[in-house]
Every structure is written in C-alpha cells, then in structure tokens.
Design a protein around this ligand. Structure first.
Ligand code: NI
Length: 169
C-alpha cells in the first residue's frame, strides 16, 4: 500500500526516531509499504518518519528498481565508517520542488538488521553513501535543508512557509 509522504514542517519529520525492539508483522507491513511508496514516488530512499512513523528504519535502492540486489532495508542502522567528502545536488521526497548542493561522505558503511533480523553491513560509495547519510539524517529528525547554511537555507525555508500559508504545501 502506498502511504502518503509527510512534508517538511510536519512534526514527525523533525524528531529523532525510536529504535525498533521487535521486528513484528506490523514492521514487515510498514517496510513493504515504504518500498512501494519509494518506487511509486519515484525515489531512491525512504525513511519511516517520511510516512509518519517515528521508528528507526529506512529503505534504499539507488538503482531505482533496475538491479535485483538494489533494494536494501536497514532496521536500527548505525554508521560503521564514514570518510571523504562529495558535493552533489540533492533533493528529498519530503521537500518536493527543492534541491541544493549538500556535502556528504564519499564513502559510508552502514550496519543494521534486515526484515529477517539478520545483521547486514553494506559499504556505500558515491550515490549510495549519499543516500545512506541522507536517510540516517531522517532518523535523527534532520532533512537536507537543515544541512544548508545562511541564505541558501533561509531562501528554501521562506519559500516553503509561503507555499504553506497559501495552502500549496
Ligand atoms: Ni529525504
């Protein structure tokens, strides 16, 4: 089932998410819905707070469904390693219509559980490292806009507020 994606400004998106204590059937349903929602959007990653659920889980597929091994689920993820720096333009399904250049690690290794409760450690470089950091940020209540500074951030926040006031957000 495709779930509605919450947008910048909604409380749940700006809160640190809680760890998942048991991988129940409900969590399985949530993850399946997140995958469906991500592909439908379309996007290359989605974190649970983006569908209004403040739990520590995200899904990612930088191949956007083209590679059969592309889809990954991380429950209670943690960084194992992060290094380097890449600067690329980035957007977010919760901030539609906006993009900005964000500094991210060039390489990131993430560890977490999959839906079967098995530990999984994956090394990401380039776009995957960027996606890992972007989704991990969501679990801390951080959106890419929060990684921007000064006028660049103010401009986006102001435009969102304006859209919001006119009921277009
Ligand atoms: Ni996002």
């Amino acid at each position: 089932m495709i779930r509605p994606i919450v947008k910048y400004g909604e409380h749940v998106l700006h809160l640190a998410a809680e760890p998942i204590t048991t991988v129940t059937g409900e969590i399985g349903d949530l993850v399946r819905d997140m995958v469906e929602t991500m592909y439908a959007a379309p996007g290359v990653g989605l974190a649970a707070p983006q569908v209004g659920v403040p739990l520590r889980v995200f899904v990612v597929d930088v191949s956007a469904g083209r590679s059969k091994d592309g889809l990954m689920t991380f429950i209670n993820p943690e960084f194992v390693e992060r290094e380097g720096l890449q600067l690329e333009e980035e957007g977010c399904l919760s901030v539609p219509g906006f993009a900005a250049t964000v500094g991210r690690p060039a390489r990131a290794v993430v560890k977490g559980l999959d839906l079967e409760g098995r530990e999984r450690i994956v090394e990401g470089r380039g776009l995957l490292a960027r996606a890992f950091q972007h989704e991990m940020d969501h679990l801390e209540g951080r959106v890419f806009v929060d990684r921007l500074h000064g006028i660049q951030r103010d401009l986006i926040v102001r435009r969102i507020r304006k859209l919001s006031r006119s009921g277009k957000w």
